[in-house]
Design a protein around this ligand. Structure first.
Ligand code: NAP
Length: 261
C-alpha cells in the first residue's frame, strides 16, 4: 500500500453504500472513522479493512442533537480529509398517516446531522486549503415525492445545500461531491418500511454506487449520478413540470405500498 492519505469520516458505515465506501477508501490509503448505531457491525468492518489502516469506531445515533459534536470530539483533533455524510433514512406512506416521530427523525438524520457535521469540518478544511465533502443525496432530491414526501424533501435540501456550497467553496481547495443514486439494493428499503419483493429486487448494488462516489470524490467531480437511467431521470427533472413528476413518483410509490399489502 502507498502513502497514507489522511482521515475519512464515514457516517452510516455499518451497511450498504457507507460500508462499501469505507472499504474502498481504506484501499485507497485513507484511515477511517466509522460512525453508526450498530457497534458490532462497525467492529466487524474494522477487522476486514487492510492492515495499516488506522480505524476509529464511533457509535452514535445521529438523530440525537448532541451526536455530531460528540463524533468530532472522538477524533481527538485529527483533521478530517474526507467527510462522507451517508447515514440516512426514509419512510414510505401518506404524509399525514406516517408516524410524526419517524418523519422528524428523517429530518434530524438526513438534514440536521449532515449540516452540523459539514459545518464542523469545513472551517479546518478551508484553513488547510484541502479536503473533500461528500453528500449522499438521491435522485429523490430532484423530484417532488408524494407518499414519501419528507424523505424526498430532505434530499432536495441536500442537493440545494451542496450546490450552494460548491459555489461558496470555489477556489478554496475544498471540493464538494454530491452523489445521487437511484434505487440501491441495501437495508434501506426495509428500514424505510418497504416490505415484500419490490425493495429487494430493484436497483444497483451498494458497491457500484460506492465505486462511482469514491471515483467522483478523488477526481473532484461535483455531481455523481450512478447509472444511465438515473442520470436520464435527473436530466428529465430539469425540464418536466413538477406536477407531472409528482404524478410519476406517486404511481411508483403506490406500487411499492401495494406490493407490501
Ligand atoms: P442502509 O443499508 O440502510 O444504510 C444506512 C446507514 O445509515 C446504516 O449504516 C445505518 O447504520 C445508518 N444509520 C441509520 N440511522 C442512523 C442513525 N440514527 N444514526 C446513525 N446512523 C444511522 O442504506 P443505504 O442505501 O446504504 O443508504 C445510505 C444513503 O444512501 C442514505 O443517505 C440514503 O438516503 C441514500 N440512498 C439510498 C438509496 C437506496 O435505494 N438504498 C437510494 C438513494 C439514496 P445503523 O443502523 O447501524 O445506525
Amino acid at each position: 500500500m502507498g502513502q497514507r492519505r489522511g482521515l475519512a469520516l464515514v457516517t452510516g458505515a455499518s451497511s450498504g453504500i457507507g460500508r462499501s465506501m469505507a472499504v474502498m477508501l481504506a484501499r485507497e490509503g485513507f484511515d477511517l472513522a466509522l460512525v453508526a448505531r450498530r457497534r458490532e457491525l462497525l467492529d466487524e468492518l474494522a477487522k476486514e479493512l487492510p492492515s495499516g489502516t488506522e480505524v476509529r469506531v464511533i457509535t452514535a445515533d445521529l438523530t440525537d442533537p448532541s451526536a455530531p459534536e460528540r463524533v468530532i470530539s472522538a477524533l481527538e483533533g485529527r483533521p478530517v480529509e474526507v467527510l462522507v455524510n451517508n447515514a440516512g433514512g426514509g419512510w414510505v406512506g401518506a404524509f399525514d398517516e406516517a408516524p410524526l416521530p419517524r418523519q422528524l427523525e428523517i429530518i434530524d438524520l438526513n438534514v440536521r446531522a449532515l449540516v452540523e457535521l459539514t459545518h464542523r469540518v469545513l472551517g479546518p478544511m478551508k484553513a488547510a486549503r484541502r479536503g473533500h465533502v461528500v453528500q449522499i443525496a438521491s435522485v429523490a432530491g430532484f423530484l417532488p415525492g408524494p407518499l414519501a414526501s419528507v424523505y424526498y424533501a430532505s434530499k432536495a435540501f441536500v442537493v440545494s445545500h451542496a450546490e450552494a456550497l460548491r459555489a461558496e467553496l470555489a477556489g478554496s481547495g475544498v471540493s464538494v461531491t454530491l452523489v445521487c443514486p437511484g434505487p440501491v439494493a441495501t437495508e434501506f428499503q426495509r428500514s424505510s418500511g418497504v416490505r415484500g419483493s419490490f425493495g429487494a429486487t430493484v436497483g444497483m448494488t451498494a458497491d457500484e454506487v460506492a465505486r462511482a462516489a469514491v471515483d467522483g470524490l478523488l477526481r473532484g467531480t461535483f455531481l455523481v449520478v450512478p447509472g444511465a437511467s438515473n442520470a436520464a431521470l435527473v436530466a428529465l427533472s430539469r425540464v418536466v413540470p413538477n406536477r407531472l413528476l409528482a404524478a410519476m413518483v406517486q404511481r411508483l410509490q403506490k406500487k411499492r405500498l401495494d406490493a407490501q399489502s
